[in-house]
Design a protein around this ligand. Structure first.
Ligand code: HEC
Ligand code: HEC
Ligand code: HEC
Ligand code: HEC
Ligand code: HEC
Ligand code: HEC
Length: 275
């Protein structure tokens, strides 16, 4: 973006989630991987593809309003929106440092900066929206759906009403005595996401459609694999341990739950050796 003399583009997921479930964009319009789609201006404004599917003056404002998307360049007039990001400390940092920051969350900075960034987006709109917040002050999307605060559509063509559902739960028995097991619910995921996003995504497969076939461990999740493909990026952060580790060891298992034994992966063994 530097060479083209326009600001970097910040895409706020949270703002779009209020109206759209993930399938609206993934993966017919965008691959579920940062940088996975070759996005460019000709496709957006001339061919009405990518952002231009909606930013065409009909569904949303037109692609002529450059700086609403190209909003992130030191020196670019900030406007009322991302002031949280444009603090003096940020200004001094290189583009590369900022890019790295956006991808990695840490214990001190519990949620990824991209989420923080988006939290600063239209703060007035956020507080007026009355969306429930979690303990990090991020939108609690599960509560938002349960309380009926949002009712996002899952297809731009609203006549299309058939959608597969699944309500089984998978209990990931963890390798560790110290953390609770993880009860993965299909239902809330299927509310937001189509089956193929987890079971056949173009952006790289996430889970086999068979219990226990995919080796899942915490090291990988922290690095952004499996559950970490979405959690820490668009869904609630990985630092919110108990929201996943929600099933105490030895607690009764309900009938519709499929139990999955822990997998000893190489990565986990390596980590144990390092310790
Ligand atoms: C309005 C469109 C839109 C909606 C709705 C949307 N996304 Fe995205 N998503 C994008 C775009 C654009 C990208 C970046 C793609 C690229 O760089 O090629 C992206 C990328 C991603 C990535 C990759 C991030 C990374 O760091 O690799 C994840 C994960 C993701 N989205 C998850 C979700 C989830 C989960 C939902 C629903 C809760 C969702 N998205 C809803 C447009 C959308
Ligand atoms: C709806 C959001 C949006 C709007 C509005 C928008 N752009 Fe873009 N623009 C993008 C995205 C996304 C990219 C691709 C970024 C990348 O390379 O990953 C891009 C890329 C570009 C590029 C890089 C070269 C290319 O063709 O990809 C230029 C130059 C550019 N935009 C100029 C403009 C100008 C000038 C305007 C106003 C007339 C504008 N943009 C409006 C989202 C937008
Ligand atoms: C599925 C439709 C859809 C797609 C695809 C989409 N948007 Fe949006 N976007 C919207 C709608 C609707 C709004 C809200 C418009 C309004 O408030 O008038 C919005 C709002 C925004 C905003 C909020 C800030 C503001 O000033 O209103 C930004 C920034 C934005 N979009 C950027 C993008 C970029 C960049 C892309 C492509 C990477 C993209 N959008 C793709 C529908 C979409
Ligand atoms: C958010 C990701 C995600 C989505 C979306 C998703 N699944 Fe799954 N699915 C999983 C995980 C995780 C497992 C367990 C995998 C393992 O043990 O390795 C699983 C396991 C399964 C299994 C084997 C266990 C069982 O329930 O019988 C089937 C079948 C399945 N999924 C079907 C579906 C269908 C059908 C949909 C869409 C309606 C869907 N999945 C959507 C993540 C997802
Ligand atoms: C493709 C994206 C994606 C993947 C992969 C994914 N999730 Fe999620 N998950 C979501 C979204 C979106 C929500 C809705 C809440 C949110 O956005 O914060 C959610 C919600 C949840 C909830 C509900 C929390 C509550 O408050 O009720 C749990 C538990 C959960 N995920 C666990 C997992 C586990 C465990 C894995 C891996 C086995 C996983 N998720 C993989 C996207 C994903
Ligand atoms: C998005 C969901 C999710 C979150 C959030 C999460 N975990 Fe996990 N974690 C898992 C899953 C799934 C497994 C099970 C892997 C398996 O089958 O062995 C796991 C396994 C583990 C294990 C067992 C060893 C291993 O590497 O598999 C430990 C220890 C652990 N997690 C600690 C944590 C801690 C500490 C946090 C908070 C900082 C945390 N987890 C947050 C999903 C999550």
């Amino acid at each position: 973006m530097r060479e083209a003399q326009v600001g970097d583009v910040v895409f706020p997921h949270w703002f779009h989630r209020i109206r759209y479930r993930c399938d609206v964009c993934h993966e017919d319009i965008f691959v579920l991987k940062s940088g996975g789609t070759n996005i460019n201006m000709a496709r957006i404004s001339e061919r009405g593809e990518q952002c231009g599917v909606c930013h065409n003056g009909m569904i949303a404002w037109e692609a002529l309003e450059c700086d609403r998307c190209h909003s992130l360049e030191p020196g670019w007039s900030a406007g009322p929106i991302q002031h949280t990001y444009r603090g003096r400390k940020q200004e001094r940092r290189t583009l590369k440092e900022r890019a790295l920051d956006i991808r990695i969350g840490s214990k001190a900075e519990p949620y990824s900066n991209i989420i923080k960034l988006a939290s600063g987006w239209h703060p007035a709109a956020l507080s007026e929206s009355g969306l429930p917040l979690d303990r990090y002050g991020l939108v609690d999307w599960v509560a938002a759906v349960e309380e009926g605060k949002v009712d996002p559509i899952w297809k731009l063509d609203q006549k299309d009403t058939k959608r597969e559902s699944r309500s089984t739960k998978i209990l990931f028995v963890t390798n560790s005595e110290f953390v609770a097991d993880v009860l993965f619910p299909h239902d809330i995921h299927v509310y937001w996401l189509e089956c193929k996003i987890c079971h056949g995504t173009k952006g790289g497969r996430i889970f086999e459609k068979e219990v226990g076939k995919t080796p899942v461990d915490m090291v990988g999740i922290r690095k952004g694999e499996w559950c970490g493909r979405c959690h820490d990026k668009v869904a609630f952060p990985v630092s919110d341990c108990n929201r996943c580790h929600n099933h105490p060891k030895g607690a009764a298992v309900e009938k519709d739950v499929i139990v999955r034994k822990a997998v000893q992966s190489d990565a986990l063994m390596e980590e144990n050796v390092e310790r």
